[in-house]
Ligand binder design. Structure first.
Ligand code: FAD
Length: 396
């Protein structure tokens, strides 16, 4: 069996993995980035929407090759059809082409000095004298042993490597959303905005989205609670039928699960780190995880570099501490808000969207919950309703 040795091996070339491989290789350490996909980035399981801020923040070129469309805001629809439009003067986000984006992130890692191996599946960890010393993998059907001082599990929501290393990544089905998505031709929706439909009957615990990739082409998908007796596809198809949207022009179909119910507590065990979806580091409100994976990957890579510099693997534990201090606490707060929103009836959703549509949309769109609550409390139908007041109180 072939054997190779690196300072760090990163399993998974989605979002978190390539960011880590790039950052660590840039500092002169030997890194191997592997992915089981034959073509990194393909297939995609994503609606591909991301904030414009990430490009500068994480040093990613704003390259038109992976930007389908620039987006100027969002439009929210209540169960009875009330609308809340939040439109900015400047570009607020983009709809990526993940098949190109992920591949380019791996390319940036390779350019920074990392080795990259597609079609390489991590199967297990290698243990030597009670310690994990690498990964057993299969590269183009050939077994390969990859030895490394540090192992990163960036292998997505179905992560196996962290579990094999003894990290508890278990969460019950209720803590995941099931998603179903068509990339399809669709007309009649402003292609400069993303569109989100809410309602307990429309998309239980989740929403339906239209994320435009073109004037007349979009990712049209849904996320619902995984333990729902009906499938996500059932709800999406029913909504499309109701809205007389033809499904005769589908250019892609994808399914996926999104961890939206909490985060892996222990992010490091000895020399193994877990990052991104594998650690369930996803915004539980909307299920977006690319930005979170970039942030966690950035924090993790800083501690990997420090641990290698100082030849002290104990320093890796600081990634758990720092992530929980900076990100975990914030995301736990958002999770609390999400759990309160689960209790909203369709009448609440109608009223709240109606009220917010006349409030300061910019402040609300900025995710300022205080502004949202302030605006809602001005309405007598909220103020005079003890159940609604109680719900809002839980958000503070
Ligand atoms: C339908 C859907 C829509 C979404 N829409 C959005 C959105 O619009 N915006 C947003 O920000 N987020 C969205 N997300 C979430 C987003 O896709 C993830 O949060 C993000 O991709 C996480 O990045 P990651 O690097 O942690 O994992 P991933 O991107 O999942 O990458 C993991 C990689 O690991 C590889 N891998 C897995 N196991 C192995 C193994 N054993 N050996 C080798 N390689 C392995 C996989 O092939 C994969 O390439 C969506 C998710 C779904 C399912």
């Amino acid at each position: 069996m072939k054997g190779i040795k690196y300072d760090a091996v990163v399993v998974g070339a989605g979002i978190a993995g390539p960011i880590i491989a790039r950052n660590v290789a840039r500092e002169g350490y030997s890194v191997l980035l592997i992915d089981r996909k034959w073509a990194i980035g393909t297939p995609k399981q994503c609606a591909e929407g991301i904030s414009i801020r990430v490009f500068k923040k994480y040093g990613i070129p704003y390259d038109r090759r992976f930007i389908n469309r620039e987006i100027y805001g969002a439009k929210l629809y209540s169960p009875s059809g009330y609308e809340l439009e939040m439109r900015y003067k400047n570009v607020s986000g983009v709809i990526l082409e993940r098949k190109v984006f992920d591949k380019m992130l791996a390319y940036y890692a390779a350019k920074a000095g990392a080795d990259v191996m597609a079609r390489t599946e991590a199967l297990d960890v290698i243990r030597k004298d009670g310690k994990i010393s690498g990964i057993k993998a299969k590269h183009e059907d050939e077994p390969v042993e990859i030895h490394a001082d540090i192992i990163v599990a960036a292998d997505g929501v179905e992560s196996t490597i962290a579990r094999k290393a003894g990290i508890n990544t278990y969460a019950p089905p209720h803590e995941f959303d099931s998603s179903y998505e068509y990339e399809m031709l669709i007309e009649g929706y402003d292609p400069d905005l993303i569109h989100l439909w809410f309602g307990n009957d429309v998309a239980p615990r989740g929403y339906i989205w239209v994320f435009p990739k073109d004037e007349d082409r979009a990712n049209v998908g849904i996320g619902i609670n995984s333990d729902n007796p009906q499938t996500a596809k059932y709800y999406l198809d029913r909504w499309l039928r109701k809205n007389r949207i033809s499904t005769r022009k589908l250019v892609e179909i994808n399914v996926g699960i999104v961890p939206v119910g909490g985060f892996v507590k222990e992010l490091v065990r000895d020399n193994v780190l877990v990052v991104g979806d594998a650690a369930r580091q996803v915004n539980p409100m909307h299920g977006g995880g690319m930005g979170e994976a970039m942030e966690a990957g950035t924090l993790a890579s800083r501690w990997i570099v420090k641990a290698l510099e100082e030849e002290n693997l104990d320093l890796l534990q600081n990634y758990t501490r720092e992530w929980w201090e900076k990100e975990g606490t914030r995301l736990e707060r958002i999770l609390k808000v999400r759990k309160v929103t689960e209790k909203l009836t369709d009448a609440d959703l109608d009223l709240f969207i109606q009220v917010l549509s006349s409030a300061d949309a910019e402040k609300i769109a900025g995710g300022n919950y205080f502004e949202v609550i302030k605006a809602l409390l001005k309405n007598p139908k909220v103020l005079m309703n003890p159940r609604r007041i109680n719900l809002l109180r839980q958000l503070i």
